[in-house]
Design a protein around this ligand. Structure first.
Ligand SMILES: O=C(O)CCC(=O)C(=O)O
Length: 270
């Protein structure tokens, strides 16, 4: 599988091709973005959070879902919060979504043997259903706008099918259709498995068909997913109404980080 490596290219050179590939295929893979000591620390934090009985005690707090997804990890530790502005990822995200985009969600997925978010899905409502009725997108129109995307950071190695890779259907974001919410694809539709080393990061358009294949190995898989949206896409911090950002999340945050957390300029409507 191809991927864009940061080691040989600086941020500016990486961004143009990565944006093009993202728009064409509905995803792009960036190699070796998070150093090993950081992925190890993040894995340990996920494990600690998961093993803490308090995480599971009160469903009203929505700290874990389906025994697999740890929710709002930026609240838990600054190591997660600081990944919200990880370069060159954040510059790439802002190039795609605009410099007034914000964080929609940040969750850590911990999948031991037998687990996986195995049903095919898109992450938002279907934005462009009319595409299903067009013969083809006319050339020279420029890329279709992307409204929201998910940045997925591999925190452990997933180098073969048995470890349960994220799978995508290349080009599916341009079909104007959502997949049936089940583990299989229509015949003739082929998935691409995103094999990764810990520290690789991939961006997936919210409209791209994707899923996490079942982990069939003894190696627990760790994936950090951070969704970003344009200004008009709502943030999804449970309990939504009256959500209050814990004050420590804002400690020492830069203006860029504050904006990503939701501190916006005034604009239309408010
Ligand atoms: O676990 C994965 O690889 C995919 C996760 C996923 O589908 C999602 O967060 O929407």
């Amino acid at each position: 599988m191809n991927g864009i490596s940061r080691t040989s290219l600086d941020t500016d050179i990486l961004i143009g091709p990565a944006v093009r590939e993202f728009h064409q295929r509905g995803f792009v893979v960036l190699r070796a973005i998070i150093p090993t000591d950081r992925t190890q620390h993040l894995r340990e934090l996920v494990e600690k959070r998961y093993l803490d009985p308090k995480t599971h005690e009160n469903a009203q707090l929505d700290l874990v879902r389906g025994n697999v997804s740890l929710m709002r990890t930026f609240e838990y530790h600054q190591a997660f919060r600081d990944l919200l502005i990880l370069e060159p990822v954040i510059s790439l995200v802002e190039q795609i979504l605009g410099t007034d985009c914000h964080v929609v969600a940040q969750n850590a997925i911990r999948t031991p043997r037998g687990k996986g978010i195995v049903n095919w899905h898109i992450d938002d409502v279907l934005f462009f259903p009319f595409l299903a009725h067009l013969p083809a997108i006319p050339e020279n129109t420029g890329p279709l706008p992307c409204y929201s995307l998910n940045v997925m950071a591999a925190l452990s190695d997933v180098e073969a099918e048995i470890f349960g890779p994220t799978q995508v259907v290349a080009g599916s974001h341009l079909t104007g259709r959502a997949p049936e919410y089940k583990p299989t694809l229509p015949s003739g539709v082929a998935p691409t498995s995103l094999f990764a080393q810990a520290g690789d990061v991939y961006l997936i358009n919210s409209q791209t068909w994707h899923r996490g294949a079942q982990n069939q190995s003894e190696r627990t898989r760790y994936l950090l997913t951070t969704a970003y949206g344009r200004r008009f896409i709502s943030q999804r911090f449970f309990p939504f109404l009256n959500y209050r950002m814990p004050p420590h999340v804002l400690d020492g945050a830069s203006d860029r980080l504050l904006r990503l957390l939701g501190k916006h300029e005034k604009g239309p409507y408010g």
